[in-house]
Design a protein around this ligand. Structure first.
Ligand code: G3P
Ligand code: CA
Length: 309
């Protein structure tokens, strides 16, 4: 082959590697969708749970769009809908038991009132955790929801075992200084800190940097996500993102604060980005197009439809 033909052949190979067979430019950012219609994120089983190429469907408080939040039923539906993670908010009872509850009072999601820290676990267990949902959502109400209980973290882990993935939030750890220790004790007791547990099977998230640093110090193998809430547009300097990278694998910002530039800045900094809480398909699509690596949703089935799974 003549020199000129060689040159043309290599130029052709180079151009194809840059632009792909479709002729569209291939983004340098892995997992960044190419166009409006591209939302297919069929995860490969061999892919690391924390790979930026893997898109995480995080069932926010379980499939809480369909059943009372943070009940075994909501988690069960999330699993059936093939959410990648069950999200669990932790509160601590008077007798030091970790329970799944978003608020620090039982008032919104049970038939009682008062601070969680004033209830023992047996008192919490006796509460009705579903009637409120039936009353607020007549179209989704089910008689069986009235029987639902507030589960402890241990009960959740016993029910879903090592097949499920858990995305656990330490809520108000400053008011419960033993929360991280108790969490690690429970995880250890349920074999979730063993060396053979796949990285990312349990993710710890918190708005509290201090709590994440404590987890990093006491159980460094557990990946951590820094939650954040911006009132306006999300902004962080590259230095702030680099600081977060020292103790967390990613960030969890409120979805409404996000801009494409911020998402790309976070990705460039090597961080995962999991916005909360995204329930409308149009928002899911937009954020996927911007390059987020997962999201919290009350509707894991909807997200899977958008993802083409
Ligand atoms: O943990 C992500 C998201 O759930 C944070 O907000 O208030 O729903 O716990 P919140
Ligand atoms: Ca949460």
């Amino acid at each position: 082959m003549k020199k000129k033909q060689h040159f043309l052949l290599w130029m052709c190979v180079f151009v194809m590697s840059m632009y792909g067979c479709s002729g569209a430019p291939v983004s340098k950012m892995k997992n960044a969708p190419q166009d409006e219609s591209a939302h297919v994120h069929a995860n490969k089983p061999e892919e690391d749970l924390l790979s930026p190429d893997r898109f995480l469907n995080i069932a926010h408080r379980g499939a809480s769009g369909y059943a009372p939040e943070h009940t075994l039923k909501a988690y069960e539906i999330a699993e059936k809908m093939q959410g990648d993670y069950i999200e669990i908010d932790l509160q601590m009872t008077k007798d030091g038991k970790l329970i799944a509850m978003h608020d620090d009072t039982v008032s919104r999601t049970t038939n009682s009132k008062g601070k969680v820290s004033d209830f023992s676990f047996s008192e919490v267990e006796a509460l009705d955790a579903g009637t409120w949902f039936n009353e607020e959502n007549p179209g989704l109400a089910q008689p069986a929801f009235n029987q639902l209980e507030v589960p402890s973290l241990e009960q959740i882990l016993d029910a879903f075992g090592t097949n499920a993935n858990y995305y656990i939030e330490t809520k108000k750890p400053e008011e419960n200084p033993t929360m991280v220790d108790e969490l690690l004790t429970v995880l250890k007791r349920r074999d979730l800190l063993d060396a053979d547990v796949p990285t990312g099977k349990v993710i710890i998230q918190s708005f509290s940097k201090k709590s994440l640093l404590e987890v990093q110090q006491k159980a460094p193998s557990l990946p951590r996500i820094q939650l954040m809430k911006f009132n306006g547009k999300a902004t962080l300097t590259d230095k702030e993102l680099a600081n977060i990278k020292q103790y967390a694998v990613g960030i969890g910002p409120n979805a409404s604060s996000l801009t494409k530039a911020f998402v790309q800045q976070a990705r460039k900094a090597g961080l995962l980005i999991h916005p909360y809480t995204v329930n409308e398909k149009a928002d899911m699509k937009r954020l996927i197009d911007w390059g987020v690596t997962g999201m919290f949703t009350n509707y894991p089935d909807r997200l899977n439809e958008v993802l083409g799974r």
